[in-house]
Design a protein around this ligand. Sequence first.
Ligand code: F6P
Length: 551
Amino acid sequence: MPADPTASSHWQALARLATGIPSLTRLLDSEPDRFETQLVQAPGLRVDLSRQRWNAPVREALLALATEADLDRYRKTLFTGNTLNPTEGRAVLHTLLRQTAEPPVVVDGRNLTEEVAAARARMRQVSEAVRNGDWRGGTGRAIRDVVNIGIGGSFLGPALICDALGPSNGPRVHFLANIDGAEATRILAELDPERTLFVIASKSFGTLETRINATTCRSWFLERGGRIADIPRHFVAISTNLKAAAEFGLPEANLLPLWDWVGGRFSVWSPIGLPIALAHGDDSFQAFLDGARALDLHFRDAPLAENAPVLLALVELWNQAFLGTHSLAVLPYASDLARLPDYLQQLEMESNGKRVRVDGTPLSIDTGTILWGNVGTNGQHAYHQLLHQGTQDFSAEFILPLRTRHQLAEHHAWLAAHCFAQAEALARGVDAEQITQELMASGMDAPSAAAAAPHRVLPGNHPSTMVLLDDLGPQCLGALLALHEHKVFVQGILWGINSFDQWGVELGKKLGDRIHEQIIAARGAGDGARRKDATTDALVELFRQVNADAH
Ligand code: F6P
């Protein structure tokens, strides 16, 4: 495990550098070639770091910190057998899912490369059979709708990529994640049971939301004329827990595997990505894997100083630990990437929202990043006001595809213009003097202009990164997600935390089970039903009263 970064002399040097770092405007004006010097090229994308509030000494100190943390060795371990997830006793090998032509990875006598290849072949078979009509429902009709039942990593990645690739050219794909019955009701209302395939996606096959939704969908199917014997024509499952999936009533042929060395939030590359292959074809899915693989090789082999995920991780660490940013706004200028902030929330916040180091000792610095956002330009007419004039420090990541699939070139030019304009405005802002002059030039008298100016000042100095994708094709999308996966990994190494467990989500699940029992307990069950928390008891009682007929 890397040593506590705050004990490093490089950390102390960074703290000193932070006190004297010039404003972004000064950095940009004094280094007119910043775009060229701060642009990092990686397969499928470019990362422009010129509007980050850092300079050469800061970059060097951050790189020295990464070197001291042994990042060079750690990044290589991500591609071979490793023990990077000790608190769950698991290896971390999601990169293996997009690796084809290398020496096989064998762990504990199991040839994992072969297992992955077999699963890929099965995925291809299933997706092609559904798409070309060989896979038919129990009454002989072709599949028109696919419902992916899964949540978290078994939902966010496939949903993001299905959308990002544009309209499906295969079956329509729906995503049922939330336990809210409104979601199941809305989705099922559109479907014909004879023409629907349900994909139950759950690494554990124990996640409550997915279990309940799967059971509801099976009942819906059976209540509308579906026969038990036809369940294998209408349900498949993807899981590490093939036994539980089989108990759901599925034969082995309907089960696609997953492995405990793939974290849920890193699983879109596994059979969990089946909806992508169903909607867009297996070749597209393979191209998505290839794009990620190209980025993997960049991450593994490029020098740290030219390494896109490494620099992205380092600059956000600098922003958060030394410039005091409180959150990261992810601003994709592409409607097709509308789900990207949701996806990155799980990837970054579930991975790195940790309070102890790998050895269990408490951290003395903030980890993880509060990440949020939505598509541009919509956000400009909502929360950008706070970004420009609010009092909190933040950083931003803009994402723009350079080429677009649609033919509306005028729209794309405006979209890009606004993306670039927002990044410039965040960096440079506008000061009182300029505002006053502009107001007076438009005819306002001097006292009125002086009074109006403070309300119109934008302080600027907000750091941002611009990620330029070549396009929204599957390869670039694979690269985009791998870029962020590796960024998260690097940050975890620097902070000395385990990015691959998520124990923090467990208490809520346990309490949810207990409170559910309380909600559905028979009337008059007595004080036994009373629990530890008076507010929860009161809420349960109120809920029971309002829903007296239902429970
Ligand atoms: O509760 C968190 C979590 O375990 C995520 O890490 C995971 O992606 C999600 O739930 C779904 O889990 P599963 O695929 O096992 O249903």
